[in-house]
Write a protein that binds this ligand. Structure first.
Ligand code: ZN
Ligand code: ZN
Length: 757
């Protein structure tokens, strides 16, 4: 039981929803709160951010830059008891399931050890034997009971001189083997000397013994001596049998003829993307299974194969303990994934093709198998959008991390989800504007379809059925339903690739959407929005710049439109480039962020402020909240539409100049949806993953209304099922399944939702 406590004092309550945070470690903890409550910011910026900064501070400045720099420090008085924190799901950009489970190098070693290579010259078995292993093989496995000579095959660059012979004799090796006869070399006219005068290879007798009964120390010394003399090469000449020679080279080589061989580097084969493979692999089997199939196997199958390997007879060169521990370790990495229901997940599937639920479960499984106690696991994406069955498994997995001595923090607004935590930290919504549900939106009916067809040849890289066909109506709200892993996210991803992808990164399907000009995957848009201000998120910059440029004061001072924009040089402060802050990257201590001394945080050069609209400069405008700006700009049509939308979307009390990094992801999504309220039309397709997940009920309703607003302008919205978009409140339902993983990826239902009469 962990009785330590994490304490953080002096936080900005307006931003993080709490001033002093105190949580017991070793528990399952929920930060309860929706958009703007600070719950996400507290988990992401404070817990993950501070832990990351502590880790990075221990690195050199160059390494820090490589990891993306220290980031914005959190203002706080002090923090104690903060353990190293890890984000779940992890944020892997490349890589596959096998990498998340840290299995790749173990698998390479298993193959390296077990797969038998045969000699190209004589067909003998090729092996690599270290000193101890060589002793074990001839003494125990092969148990040679005949008397043997231990021979060092000494290679010379020129025929031996008297000095060479003398040195060998002085070292205690006065005999050589010539044509199966032992000859002495300890005098000038010895037969051994005379017969080897023109030879470049001399077979020196190191010892004469019976391997099965010799002491391991004596046998080992003979092998080591021979190897030292002959560059790692040594063989046993069995007496009474002219043909029988056993090579025991340190290098990978043939046991029968001693020729060195190329060992296939399995790590490279595993790293290759294509299951192309050389002939060597094509024919190889291990435990009854073709190796070429390994790359298509699922987690559960793969584990069964490993278990068969344990029962298979061992190749002679493997020591039982090494082999067993390798396989047992690999199985222990797989076990949590299987227990969390991921047995059907293909081991070589790309991380980027996994559904959110799969990513989360896989990351949890990997964290369980790493057995690192004392970590803080932080789940920032809300869990409430997950199907009930998946949610239960996720909670079980998180519970196991706690049992192993870890601490888990997750963020959600949903009380049912929060109820599964041992400790709930309630975060206050900074702003809670009672929302009026918007008037019944008249849907704009129009022609046009979004058509998805298989492309030939079919690529097999997505979890979707390669033969998937789907026709969707445009200009409506479409809900994609199905259990976690059934292919919902993958479908959205394919739409993005199909409509925006480049030639080398295109969809696996032919996607035709005549009339669609712009396709926006909102998760990508949220991630992209990391800099600038709320004003820029709301895309108000250009409109406001024009407004100011049109004033007489601006014209008088020759200020043009770009003088009022933050995106480009002109009117913005040259020192901070319109950011308002300056970050000093210091060598050994925390980065220092100071308000820009030139503009005092106002982002523009002083002379820009002479231009005023109804008494307010652009600087004044950026200090206005969304509410104030909406009133102030009531005559400007487009800004008005956007600001109204932002007001309704819960951003009313945020200043236009609020830096984006101070908004949580839910608020950023709301701001982006509000921005599109001012310009979306029938040419736009919006893809929204897990719409409204993490919001409370009112918040989810709000997100639904924001999406409806886009549809009312003629746009098409495709959203995966979550709190804001369900089969009941959408216009069209696509149901994916029937199962998950390989049993999913197909369209089960695609139909119009029959609304209430
Ligand atoms: Zn050979
Ligand atoms: Zn400045």
């Amino acid at each position: 039981m962990n009785s330590a406590i994490l304490r953080i004092r002096g936080l900005d309550a307006a931003r993080y929803g709490i001033e002093n945070l105190e949580i017991p470690l070793g528990q399952l903890i929920c930060f309860r709160g929706g958009a703007g409550s600070g719950a996400q910011a507290l988990a992401h910026d404070v817990l993950l951010g501070e832990s990351r900064r502590r880790f990075l501070r221990a690195l050199s400045p160059q390494d820090r830059e490589r990891f993306g720099g220290l980031g914005h420090p959190v203002e706080m008085e002090d923090a104690s008891g903060l353990p190293p924190a890890q984000s779940l799901p992890g944020n892997l950009l490349h890589g596959r399931v096998v990498d998340v489970l840290h299995l790749r190098s173990d698998l390479a070693r298993i193959l390296q050890t077990l797969v038998q290579t045969t000699c190209r010259h004589c067909g003998g078995e090729c092996q690599h034997l270290d000193d101890d292993r060589a002793v074990e093989v001839v003494q125990t496995h092969e148990a040679i009971t005949d008397r043997c000579l231990v021979i060092a095959p000494l290679e010379l660059s020129e025929p031996p001189t008297a000095t060479v012979y003398d040195e060998l004799v002085r070292a205690g090796f006065p005999r050589v083997l010539i044509a199966d006869e032992v000859q002495r070399i300890d005098s000038d006219d010895a037969k051994g000397r005379r017969s080897t005068l023109d030879q470049l290879t001399i077979h020196i007798v190191i010892d004469r013994l019976v391997p099965a009964t010799a002491t391991p120390a004596r046998l080992g010394e003979a092998i080591r001596n021979a190897r030292a003399m002959a560059h790692g090469r040594v063989f046993l000449k069995i007496e009474n049998n002219e043909q029988d020679v056993r090579w025991l080279n340190r290098q990978f080589s043939c046991r029968a003829c001693g020729l060195s061989a190329q060992q296939l580097v399995w790590g490279h084969w595993l790293d290759e993307d294509e299951a192309s493979a050389s002939n060597q692999i094509a024919g190889s089997t291990l435990a009854g299974r073709a190796l070429a199939d390994l790359k298509t196997s699922q987690i559960g199958d793969f584990d069964a194969w490993l278990s068969n390997l344990l029962e298979d007879p061992l190749p002679i060169h493997c020591s039982t303990s090494d082999h067993t521990s390798l396989i047992v370790r690999a199985r222990s990495l797989l076990a949590p994934a299987i227990e969390l229901g991921l047995g059907k997940l293909p081991l070589w599937r790309q991380w980027s093709h996994l559904a959110f639920g799969e990513r989360l479960l896989l990351s949890v499984a990997a964290a369980i198998s790493q057995r690192l106690s004392g970590l803080l696991h932080v789940v920032v994406p809300p869990l409430s959008g997950l199907p009930a069955a998946t949610l239960s498994v996720v909670m079980d997995g998180l519970g196991r991390l706690v049992t192993q001595g870890g601490t888990v923090v997750f963020v959600d607004a949903d009380s049912a989800v929060a109820a599964r935590a041992q400790v709930v930290v309630d975060l206050q919504k900074v702003e809670s504007q009672e929302q009026q549900p918007s008037a019944k939106v008249q849907r704009v009916e129009r022609d046009g379809m979004l058509v998805i067809r298989p492309r030939s040849p079919v690529a097999d890289s997505t979890p979707l059925d390669p033969d998937l066909r789907l026709d969707l109506p445009l200009g409506c709200l479409i809900c994609v339903d199905g259990s976690s892993g059934s292919g919902k996210s993958a479908l959205l991803r394919q739409l993005t690739l199909g409509l925006t992808g480049s030639a080398d990164c295109r969809s696996d399907f032919a996607i035709d959407a005549t009339g669609i000009r712009r396709c926006l995957h909102m998760s990508d848009e949220v991630l992209r929005a990391s800099q600038g201000t709320l004003m820029q998120l709301l895309t108000l910059g250009r409109d406001l710049a024009r407004l100011f440029a049109a004033t007489s004061s601006a014209q008088e001072h020759q200020l043009r439109s770009e003088s009022f924009e933050l995106e480009r040089p002109g009117g913005r402060c040259a020192r901070c480039e319109g950011v308002g802050e300056i970050v000093h990257r210091l060598e050994y201590v925390e980065d220092l962020v100071v308000i820009c001394p030139d503009c005092e945080g106002r982002r523009f050069r002083e002379e820009v402020f002479v231009a005023t609209v109804r008494g307010a400069s652009i600087g004044d405008l950026m200090e206005m909240t969304v509410d104030e700006a909406a009133r102030f700009l009531h005559r400007e049509q487009r800004p008005q539409a956007i600001l109204r939308a932002a007001q309704v979307d819960g951003l009313a009390s945020y200043q236009l100049g609020t830096p984006v990094h101070r908004l949580d992801r839910l608020l950023i999504l709301r701001a982006l949806l509000a921005a599109h309220a001012g310009r979306a039309d029938h040419r736009d397709l919006f893809l929204v993953e897990r719409a409204g997940a993490g919001e409370d009920q009112a918040g989810a309703r709000q997100v639904h209304e924001s999406l409806r607003r886009l549809v009312a302008r003629g746009a098409t919205v495709v959203a995966t099922r979550a709190m804001a978009v369900t089969p009941d409140n959408a216009d069209w339902l696509v149901s994916m399944g029937p199962g998950t993983g390989a049993a999913g990826g197909r369209i089960v239902v695609s139909k119009q939702v029959s609304g209430p009469a």
